[in-house]
Design a protein around this ligand. Structure first.
Ligand code: AP5
Length: 213
């Protein structure tokens, strides 16, 4: 079974995926995390991807899909939660073909619905753990020790694409390239909406309700 989280940058997809995957027995696959992993390892793919990510643009489809498919093939999981994939119509169509080739089933596609003005504040204050991928916020979700990950003790970083000018370009990219996939999944009957401008606990409850229904 494949579930998909769609939403603009900062809407809380990663936060919720990390909270819910264990409860739902799903493997969390974030294409953003996979790309940042490739950058950290200094691979050729990572170097190519970084230039696009620093501009707030999408990384070319073939690079992202190759990385995702490799990870899916290595996994023994019975279900996947895709966070940040697909991000445009060609990716959505490629994923549909893969689902049908592998005889998987598409579960719910959740749209994290949220006003754009909330996103910049969330992302400017976000601090991310390069070790385990946990996310924090300097005002609303502070780690126990400033600058240190609660889960694994790694020093937290401010992502290079979490500067206001890049955040605004990422939001534009979402509206221009990713929002059209919502109609694609609405037509197929898979799309559900969750209000993401609530507390993390309330968003988790709403997600559990729709994902288990
Ligand atoms: P990616 O890493 O996927 O970034 P994104 O989609 O822009 O999403 P974010 O990680 O920024 O936000 P999120 O929704 O996960 O929010 P979070 O939970 O962290 O992609 C990065 C780049 O990689 C892209 O720009 C692109 O270049 C490339 N890329 C990735 N996938 C690609 C693809 N498929 N194709 C092509 N290119 C691709 O929360 C944000 C903050 O808000 C945190 O501080 C958190 O503490 C706080 N917060 C979370 N929930 C709440 C809440 N309910 N209330 C208050 N605060 C909250």
């Amino acid at each position: 079974m494949i579930y998909i989280f769609v939403g603009p940058p900062g809407s809380g997809k990663g936060t919720q995926a990390k909270r819910l995957c264990e409860q739902l027995s799903l493997a969390h696959l974030s294409t953003g995390d996979l790309l940042r992993g490739a950058i950290a390892q200094g691979t050729e793919l990572g170097l190519k991807a970084k230039a696009f990510m620093d501009q707030g643009a999408l990384v070319p489809d073939d690079l992202v899909f190759g990385l995702l498919k490799e990870k899916m093939n290595q996994s023994q999981a019975k279900g996947f939660l895709l966070d940040g994939f697909p991000r445009n119509l060609p990716q959505a169509k490629t994923l549909s073909e893969l689902i049908s080739t592998e005889s998987w089933q598409l579960g719910k596609v959740v749209n994290f619905s949220i006003p754009s003005e909330v996103l910049v504040k969330r992302l400017v204050g976000r601090r991310s753990c390069p070790g385990c991928g946990s996310v924090f916020h300097v005002e609303t979700q502070m780690p126990r020790v400033a600058g240190v990950c609660d889960q694994c003790g790694t020093a937290l970083v401010h992502r290079s694409d979490d500067q206001e000018s890049v955040i605004r370009r990422r939001i534009d990219t979402f509206l221009r390239e990713t929002a059209p996939i919502l109609e694609f999944y609405r037509v197929s009957g898979s799309l559900v909406e969750v209000a993401a401008d609530q507390s993390p606990v309330q968003v988790s409850e709403a997600l559990l309700k729709v994902l288990r229904s």
